[in-house]
Design a binder for this molecule. Structure first.
Ligand code: KG4
Ligand code: ZN
Length: 364
């Protein structure tokens, strides 16, 4: 049975994995760079590229050793060739090319988004085409109709921020550190989502897309108001004011809960619209780092049930960036081979026919 080595380095995870065509994950290693980027509250491309360059080769060696294999046991090398932070993509793709050249094995240049889009099929052999995929990560917020390998129709995208980005920015505003999504989810569980009235951009709109910039700005205003109220209520600063008459009536946890509720309302509204326009599908599928959010999963599950569809969410380890999904995309493309002059692409839309949206070009 054939085996593919997958390499992922498009953002801040350095990852390698070995996947067999019968869906067995033989080995995988992920080196997170969270510590390196934490002081900056987000991924610094230059730091990411340097870290990939230092870590990737030993990580691949260790992954092969974990499986008790050498390159000779591998049938193809699949490396992310974009989209993503170009320095990191170049490190992974060039490493993949070098290994392919040295071992005389085919190189498969994988679109990172295709990795996310096909990852549910690694976890679930029964998932058939076409399925509706909600791809929500730090860099992407798209609804795709997945019709087959290499056949994707983008039904919606974001006109400004990606959903993961909105979570990360909210976390930064609330002083929760990086990465922000899991921290916002934890804090939201302690808050009251009714306390802070926040906008729900494009809710009910006839256009298919997402927008989160207005929500993010509203979170910022709510946080500024909260901070001012707590400063003014500090004794000694202003004897005339008290906590009672300045109290805005909510906490950081209430902001997190209200943000998450607004984000979910938008997500569900837009996905419901897509389900009404996409024709028959076999399932509603979610992928990308934000799919780790339990409240989002629960809401999507209810939406799928409303449409009589199964809801498919890959295990969390396959939702965030990883190399198993890249190796699996390679398995799905076995038999193909990309030339050694294949470019690293900072942008690489899955659906080249998708109509550009206002605000497009902001996100890769
Ligand atoms: O797919 P991914 O690992 O990397 C990208 O390709 O962007 O997604 C990372 C994103 C980050 O924005 C992170 O904050 C978000 O996924 N995320 C979450 C949660 N876990 C990760 N967002 C909301 N709730 C979570 N539990
Ligand atoms: Zn990703």
């Amino acid at each position: 049975m054939r085996i593919v080595l997958g390499i992922e380095s498009s953002c801040d995870e350095t990852a390698a994995a070995l996947v067999r065509e019968d869906r067995v994950l033989l080995a995988q290693r992920i080196a997170s760079q969270d510590e390196a980027h934490r002081p900056y509250g987000g991924v610094v491309p230059e730091i990411a590229a340097r870290a990939h360059a230092e870590r990737l080769a030993p990580l691949i060696e260790a992954t092969l050793a974990d499986a008790g294999m050498t390159l000779a046991d591998v049938d193809a090398i699949a490396a992310t060739a974009g989209p993503g932070l170009i320095g990191g993509v170049m490190v992974g793709l060039v490493t993949g090319k070098a290994l392919a050249m040295a071992s005389d094995k085919p190189l498969i240049a994988v679109n990172h988004l295709e990795g996310h889009a096909l990852s549910p099929r690694l976890a679930d052999a029964t998932l058939a085409y076409p399925y509706l995929l909600l791809l929500v990560s730090g860099g992407h917020c798209q609804i795709l109709l997945v019709e087959g390998v290499g056949r994707y129709r983008r039904l919606a995208t974001t006109i400004d921020d990606a959903l993961g980005e909105a979570f990360d920015k909210t976390a930064k505003l609330l002083g929760l550190g990086y990465p922000g999504g899991p921290a916002v989810e934890r804090l939201a569980a302690k808050g009251d989502a009714r306390k802070v009235p926040l906008p729900r951009p494009l809710l009910g709109s006839a256009e298919p897309h997402f927008s989160f910039a207005g929500l993010k700005s509203a979170v910022m205003r709510a946080k500024v108001a909260l901070d001012q109220s707590t400063q003014e209520s500090r004794p000694g600063l202003d004897p005339a004011s008290t906590a009672e008459d300045r109290d805005v009536g909510y906490t950081d946890a209430d902001i997190a809960a209200s943000f998450q509720a607004a984000a979910i309302a938008c997500l569900i509204d837009r996905t419901r619209r897509a389900l009404g326009h996409c024709g028959p599908v076999t399932a509603l599928v979610v992928a990308g780092g934000v799919a780790a959010n339990q409240a989002i999963r629960t809401a999507l599950e209810a939406l799928a049930a409303e449409h009589g569809l199964p809801f498919v969410a890959p295990p969390l380890s396959l939702c965030t960036d990883n190399a198993a999904m890249i190796a699996w995309a390679g398995v799905e493309r076995l038999g193909q081979s990309d030339p050694l002059d294949t470019p690293a692409r900072p942008r690489w839309p899955l659906d080249p026919d998708a109509v550009a949206v206002r605000g497009a070009g902001v996100k890769a």
